[in-house]
Design a protein around this ligand. Structure first.
Ligand code: NAI
Ligand code: AKG
Length: 314
């Protein structure tokens, strides 16, 4: 039986590692620097990453025996797919594993925003009882606009409707009859922006979606809209968001993702009193990571063995 060398650079659940060990040597280099990755990637047949490791053209160039890159998770915006194709390296991901966790975080962020849960907790820890300051809003009967209604967007739509929200969905590539999880599919992003009390983003970062929400789009939104972004930072123009928060157009924003991660120290969005932040942790649950680790391990081994693949990205 062939013995493969498989490098892990951003951690992997034990179940995934155990599966990989049946087929080869697992080299756990979690946290490896970009420089060391370039030095060491030439020794391995497969590389398994999450979102931290940037698998750019230089990595493919240095990966002389590299056959497959596995992304334990969904977004492959940190992997240069063109460079992978040019180098003849297969790229796979594990897109089903983390849907529920991300959708649950989006719902949690929505509630945290309208009830100011983080600020209320912080005030209690300062021995303050500011009950009168914390008059929030209900989600009930509000309109939620979902941009990108695939796996996660649909799961959020389902959960939001259980809260009694009216859910609009815009998806550029999915026919309206596939958006059955929402209350009302819309054809026009501007229509969704104009009607939503809450906006939640669930689409990939691509050349087309970069800065999808910028000054012009914020101007089209309702005054006092709430924004939740647990997709990718680059989809929202951060400067435009800051301006919209400062003008009061946006009442509050909850951000799990940033254009640059981690964001710079004292980043004005992170520090903003009406912004709630989490460190890109949508998929960071025990359950999601156990599934993602196992799914990517089986998919990477299948790719190494030349077997049919379920989730080929390149
Ligand atoms: N915060 C976190 O930890 C996590 C974030 N994510 C992000 O969530 C994104 C969505 O994941 P899934 O729902 O599983 O992907 P998906 O592929 O099932 O759904 C994405 C949807 O976005 C739509 N879309 C693409 N471009 C669009 C555009 N320009 N306008 C409107 N819709 C567009 C697609 O047609 C698709 O239906 C991922 O790409 C990733 O960036 C995923 C996992 C964890
Ligand atoms: O695994 C991670 O680091 C983040 C998860 C994520 O954003 C994704 O799977 O697209």
């Amino acid at each position: 039986m062939a013995t493969y060398k498989i490098m892990i650079t951003d951690g992997l659940a034990e179940k995934g590692k155990a599966y990989l060990r049946e087929y080869g040597e697992v080299i756990d280099r979690t946290g490896i620097s970009p420089e060391d990755l370039l030095k060491e990637v030439g020794e391995v047949d497969a590389l398994i990453v999450r979102s931290r490791t940037k698998v750019n053209a230089a990595v493919f160039e240095a990966g002389k025996r590299l056959k497959v890159v596995g992304r334990a998770g969904i977004g492959v915006d940190n992997i240069d797919l063109n460079a992978a194709r040019a180098a003849g390296v297969t790229v796979v991901n594990s897109p089903l594993a983390t849907t529920v966790s991300v959708a649950e975080l989006a719902m949690g962020l929505m509630l945290a925003l309208v009830r100011e849960i983080p600020r209320a907790d912080a005030s209690m820890k300062q021995n303050k009882w500011l009950k009168k300051e914390f008059e929030g809003h209900e989600l009930y009967q509000k309109t939620l606009g979902i941009i990108g209604c695939g796996r996660i967007g649909s799961a959020v739509a389902e959960r939001a409707q259980a809260f009694g929200m009216h859910v609009l969905a815009f998806d550029r590539f999915r026919p309206k009859d596939e958006l059955c999880q929402c209350s009302e599919p819309v054809d026009d992003l501007n229509d969704l922006l104009a009607r939503s009390d809450f906006l939640s983003l669930h689409l990939p970062l691509t050349a087309e979606t970069k800065n999808l929400l910028s000054h012009e789009q914020f101007a089209r939104m309702k005054d006092g809209v709430y924004l939740i972004n647990a997709s990718r930072g680059g989809i929202v123009d951060e400067e435009a968001l800051l301006a919209a928060l400062n003008s009061g157009k946006v009442a509050g924003a909850a951000l799990d993702v940033f254009a640059v991660e981690p964001p710079s120290e004292n980043n004005p969005l992170v520090m903003h009193p009406r912004v709630i932040c989490t460190p890109h942790m949508g998929a960071q649950t025990h359950e999601a990571q156990a599934r993602a680790g196992y799914d990517i391990a089986t998919e990477v081994v299948a790719a190494l063995k030349g077997e049919p693949l379920r989730w080929k990205c390149a």
